[in-house]
Ligand binder design. Structure first.
Ligand code: OXT
Ligand code: ADP
Ligand code: MG
Length: 582
């Protein structure tokens, strides 16, 4: 029921949609909104700011959305993004889909046009049926039409975003809702605080016993830890489980640091060996998707893996690719504790034959890499530049590393150790270019820590304008652009021989550092590892927004980094372009 102002000319005892919405967000613990203002939500941002929420305005909704998604991963609570209707909503939708794909909680709140106009397609300002468009890209999508339902709508969004497998939720806010009024006391009473957002989900005892039996029977076991485990924020329990079992483990990209990458059981540097040789894989908050070759084929042993054991909060994840011999359906903390209880103190660790073989391969590969990290060439190649970043992350372990690109991503992931949980944010399940600056802003705002964004020059371009946002809020973000003049490499040629550059090549020797200087931040050029080391040290000391243009040999990269095999090949290309080089 909608209540109108009772006393003419007075608004005492009355509230409205604007204030109910911000009150509902505050009641559910929201502290920050990532937003781009405009009709009909400009005042919503102002009122939220007036009521003590931090409202950060971006230059493009996609980056506000990526910030909200990253905030969800870092905090285990929904990150909030707010946009205007149709184009702003669509700009934010990519990020909502990214959050859903990565199983991160996020709420996209978009202003929209009124139903009576949209549904008859009468042509409203920014008319679009946003709810219908959002639904396939979100875990859930809701529209609120009445002020008295705001508390309910926000509560449903919070519950859906977090409980069970987390994901993105869309909340549609027609402009007129914000202006609706109702009695203040009744309005306050209509708000709801969601209790036990990340509710525990305990596995069945039979499932736990089955898992212990399967793990016990393994001869060459391997644990794969995914970003679901990093998200779960039960770091000590996961560590205890890994150390008790004594298996070698592989951290997926954003699970790096959950146990330090320097941990003696970490098998990252023996990745091919462990995937090829293992007979039992224990997945902890990781999916057997493309990043793991769907658990079969190239990379995996010829005879395949005998048994998979999997912990996941989402029941339908089980058997999505390979048969799971022992599914543990529940949250990681509950499952890990149940396993630890069932294992007790009588656990036999894997054979020295297996552990020794993995250790030997790790030591061999780390030693082989070490020399490449110490060269001091100009221009640099990737390992030379990343050797510096590796040292920086070892010296400043609470720094949050943001990373995107192709070679800039893959080589950074292999070379740069992460030492603490949730200190690496990257392109995620879809391999998205453009997450960089939004993630960097969220990391700085949500953690208060120094942020180091290691960016391919192409990757940076997707969100580069947000350096103004970083300067405006004076965030401790140091951006290092690994600048090889293009996508994958800077030395590609136009295979038709025309004047246009190759499709993958950018302006040579671009002065990216000036972009940061334009907004009052610091800019520097690094042509060798020593200069890079000094420039990062300066940025960390001052905590000023800084952009370092790190000059990389334009011939240093590989097509698509480590995933070139995913490019389709043309059988006629070799005949048509015999002289062509990439
Ligand atoms: O065991 P072996 O011998 O095999 O060796 C492995 C490890 O053992 C070893 N290793 C180590 N050695 C020594 N020491 C240590 N510590 C160590 N650690 C590991 O290293 C190797 C490799 O190990 P790794 O990395 O663990 O294993 P691998 O096999 O690579 O793992 C497989 C994967 C699949 C899990 C892994 O590769 C992975 O996670 N990949 C993610 C890839 C990804 O998502 N890429 C991003 C997308 S690429 C492409 O699509 C791009 N686009 C198109 C585009 C996109 N994406 N988005 C949008 C919105 N629009 C367009 C674009 C435009 S990339 C791109 C821009 C690129 O240009 P940039 O200028 O930005 O970047 P540059 O390339 O730098 O120019
Ligand atoms: P990665 O890319 O690192 O391999 P994925 O995103 O593929 O990780 O997998 C993460 C998995 O973790 C998802 O299947 C998700 O359902 C699961 N997950 C997320 N949070 C929890 C949790 N608290 N407990 C158990 N599983 C979780
Ligand atoms: Mg590049």
């Amino acid at each position: 029921m909608e209540l109108r102002v009772t006393e003419a000319g007075s608004n005492q005892g009355v509230t409205d949609g604007f204030h109910l919405l911000t009150d509902a967000l505050k009641l559910n613990g929201v502290k920050t909104i990532y937003n781009v203002p405009g009709i009909p939500i400009t005042d919503l941002g102002r009122y939220a700011q007036a009521q003590g929420l931090r409202v950060l305005s971006f230059r493009h909704e996609q980056h506000a959305g990526y910030a909200a998604a990253a905030a969800g991963f870092l905090t285990k609570k929904p990150g909030i993004c707010m946009t205007v209707s149709a184009p702003g909503f669509l700009n934010g939708l990519t990020a909502l889909a990214h959050a859903t794909t990565n199983c991160w909680p996020m709420i996209l709140i978009s202003g929209s046009s009124e139903r009576e106009i949209v549904d008859l397609q009468r042509g409203d300002y920014e008319e679009m049926d946003q709810l219908a468009i959002a639904r396939p890209h979100a875990k859930a999508a809701y529209r609120i039409l009445r002020a008295e339902d705001i508390g309910l709508g926000v509560a449903r969004a919070f519950r859906a975003a977090t409980t069970g497998r987390p994901g993105g939720v869309y909340l549609d806010i027609p402009g007129a809702l914000l202006g609706q009024t109702m009695n203040e006391v009744e309005g306050e009473a209509s708000l709801r605080k969601v209790v036990d957002l990340n509710a525990a989900s305990v596995p069945a005892p039979t499932a736990v016993r089955r898992a212990v039996e399967v793990l016990k029977s393994a001869e060459r076991p391997l644990i794969i830890i995914g970003k679901g485990a990093a998200y779960a924020q039960c770091d000590d329990t996961v560590r205890q489980l890994v150390e008790t079992l004594g298996f070698p483990y592989l951290p997926m990209s954003m699970a790096k640091g959950l146990l330090p990458d320097t941990h003696p059981q970490c098998a990252s540097a023996a990745r091919s060996l462990v995937l090829k040789e293992c007979d039992c894989v224990f997945l902890v908050g990781a999916r057997l998707n493309w990043l793991l070759g769907n658990g079969e084929g190239a990379g995996w042993g010829e005879n395949g893996v005998r048994n998979f054991v999997q912990i996941d909060i989402e029941p339908t994840e089980m058997d999505s690719n390979q048969s799971i011999s022992a599914p543990l359906i529940g949250d990681i903390e509950s499952c890990a504790n149940a396993l630890l209880d069932a294992i007790g103190s009588n656990w036999t660790k894997p054979s020295e034959e297996w552990l020794g073989a993995v250790r030997a391969k790790v030591e061999f590969n780390v030693a082989r890499m070490a020399q490449r990290l110490r060269n001091n060439n100009s221009p640099m190649d990737y390992p030379e530049a990343l050797g510096v970043i590796k040292d920086v992350m070892a010296e400043h372990q609470d720094t949050v590393l943001v990373n995107e690109g192709a070679n800039a991503l893959d080589q950074c992931r292999s070379i740069v150790d992460i030492h603490q949980p949730r200190k690496r944010l990257d392109v995620g399940t879809w391999g998205v270019m453009g997450i960089g600056m939004g993630s960097a802003v969220a990391a700085a705002v949500e953690t208060g820590n120094q942020v180091l964004a290691v960016e391919g020059d192409s990757a940076f371009g997707f969100s580069g304008m947000e350096v103004e946002t970083i300067c405006r809020y004076n965030l401790p973000v140091c951006i290092v652009i690994l600048n090889n003049n293009g996508i994958y490499r800077g030395d590609g040629e136009n295979w038709g021989g025309g004047d246009d550059p190759s499709t993958t090549v950018f302006v040579k020797n671009s002065k990216y550092e000036l972009m940061m200087q334009a907004f009052g931040g610091s800019g520097a050029v690094a042509t060798n590892p020593d200069e890079l080391r000094r420039a990062i040290a300066d940025a960390f000391e001052t905590r000023e927004p800084t952009l370092i243009n790190a000059v990389i040999d334009e011939a240093a990269g590989r097509e698509s980094g480590n995933i070139g095999n995913l490019n389709p090949t043309s059988v006629v290309a070799k005949i048509r372009y015999p002289q062509a080089k990439k």
